[in-house]
Design a protein around this ligand. Structure first.
Ligand SMILES: O=C(O)C1=C[C@@H](OP(=O)(O)O)[C@@H](O)[C@H](O)C1
Ligand SMILES: C=C(OP(=O)(O)O)C(=O)O
Length: 428
């Protein structure tokens, strides 16, 4: 592998990063809605995508898994599903937010249930939007899951949506748009996680949909979807842990298949790593991060568009030479855990000084003391702190296996590249 000038002595590794969760679950839904067959290559196989796939099977979609799970072939319904059905969303936010609009565009009665973790996360703006489009939707207490959708198809027309809590509501509604009776004109306010919506519209077009708008007003034509063939890119959020590990250890890590044409906003995490002094090389085929081992701090960065990767930076930040402030990530409090609080408490347990507000956190440099990290069943807390564990003694995880939500083989892969990765062992 070629190294950039000045970095020729860094040990170089290639990380095997599995497929994107966001691309896999979008593609599953679009293939399920399509009127002809689709093939997904190199999909992510993890708790979130298997939950999504099982939910589609429950809704009557035929899926064949072949090639050692490397190829998923779907026979689409050509429309929304026909209930009754009962769907288990597990911990997958994408299932709870993408599938109800799909069900509402079909016919019958579908009940969506989930774990306590996902039930605690918001769905009320989505339920309200579906009611406005003509579905009968009931929720659990406080407007949360379980969600029951009774529908005879959706009308389309104009709709206004608040996107401050999650972009996934918008994505779910947009993807159901081509199945509605009339075109959908959707205006969104206060949208967070915007790059995910660009991914949605790009993939909808790949499956033949007529969708326009990239800012706050989106128009979706009727006409459904046609089947497609899609090679799923490696997951950019997962890649962030391996890129961060390169920055922390002064090595070089390449992820092939994740290049300049990627539709995943979280690849912008490498721009954030540049602020710490890491070198980044991007080509259409691959991205390489080469670290110096000494991180530069003393900056503030808005990570609102890439909030799944803010913990990756926050967990690296104690290794920097000056404080790092991350802002714009208030919506990260509504994920698998309250991620700002979880990062604050875990860094505190390691003896690292932090300050935080509603949507920001400042992490001060420091030498981490031994501690057991509380993962809160949040895969990203486990993966982010594993990276800090490469540079600190006695850091262990209370729940290493929660990484299965998006990367069941995470610890094996990190250990293959960095044998000093032992954070998982404290559990045993
Ligand atoms: O659309 C998607 O695939 C996702 C959108 C983001 O959620 P929010 O829009 O809730 O921030 C992100 O955190 C999540 O992991 C995946
Ligand atoms: C927020 C996440 O997941 P989701 O919303 O898809 O459950 C995540 O993977 O970090």
């Amino acid at each position: 592998m070629a190294l950039s000038p000045g970095t020729s002595r860094a040990a170089a590794f290639e990380a095997r990063v599995p497929g994107s969760k966001s691309l896999t679950n979008r593609a599953l839904l679009l293939a399920a809605a399509a009127r002809s067959a689709s093939t997904l290559r190199a999909p992510l196989v993890s708790d979130d995508t298997v939950a999504f796939l099982n939910a589609l099977v429950e809704l009557g979609v035929r899926v064949e898994r072949t090639g050692g799970d490397d190829v998923w072939s779907l026979t689409g319904l050509g429309a929304g599903p026909v209930g009754p059905a009962r769907v288990w969303c597990a911990d997958a936010g994408t299932a709870a937010r993408f599938l109800p609009p799909f069900a509402a565009a079909g016919h019958g009665d579908v009940l969506f249930e989930a774990t306590d973790q996902l039930t605690a996360r918001p769905v009320a703006p989505l339920a309200e939007a579906l009611r406005q489009l003509g579905a009968d939707v009931t929720t659990g207490p406080d407007g949360r899951l379980p969600l029951r959708v009774r529908s005879q198809g959706l009308d389309g027309g104009t709709l206004s949506l608040d996107g401050a809590l999650s972009s996934q509501f918008l994505t779910g509604l947009l993807m159901a748009g081509p199945l509605m009776r009339t075109p959908l004109v959707l205006t969104v306010h206060n949208l967070v996680s915007r790059p995910y919506v660009a991914m949605t519209t790009a993939l909808m077009r790949h499956f033949g949909a007529d969708v326009a708008g990239e800012d706050d007003v989106f128009t979706v034509g009727t006409g459904g979807y046609r089947g497609a063939d899609l090679l799923i890119e490696p997951d950019a959020s997962t890649a962030s842990y391996f890129f961060a590990a390169a920055a922390a250890t002064g090595t070089s890590v390449t992820v092939t298949g994740l290049g300049t044409g990627s539709s995943q906003g979280d690849l912008r995490f490498v721009e954030v790593l540049k602020l710490t002094g890491a070198h980044v090389q991007s080509t259409p085929e691959a991205t390489t991060v080469t670290g110096t081992g000494q991180l530069r701090g003393g900056f503030t960065v808005d990570m609102g568009d890439v909030s799944d990767t803010f913990m990756t930076l926050a967990a690296l930040a104690p290794l920097a030479d000056a404080p790092i402030t991350i802002r714009g990530v208030g919506h990260a409090r509504l994920k698998e855990s309250d991620r700002i609080a979880a990062v604050e408490r875990n860094l505190g347990a390691l003896g690292i000084h932090t300050r935080a507000g509603r949507d920001w956190i400042t992490v001060h440099p420091g030498r981490p003391a031994p501690a057991r990290i509380a993962c809160h069943r949040d895969h990203r807390i486990a993966m982010a702190f594993s990276v800090l564990g490469l540079r600190s003694e006695g850091l262990t995880l209370d729940d290493p296996d929660c990484v299965g939500k998006t990367f069941p083989g995470f610890h094996e892969e990190l250990h293959r590249i960095f044998p000093q990765h032992t954070a998982r062992r404290g559990h045993r």
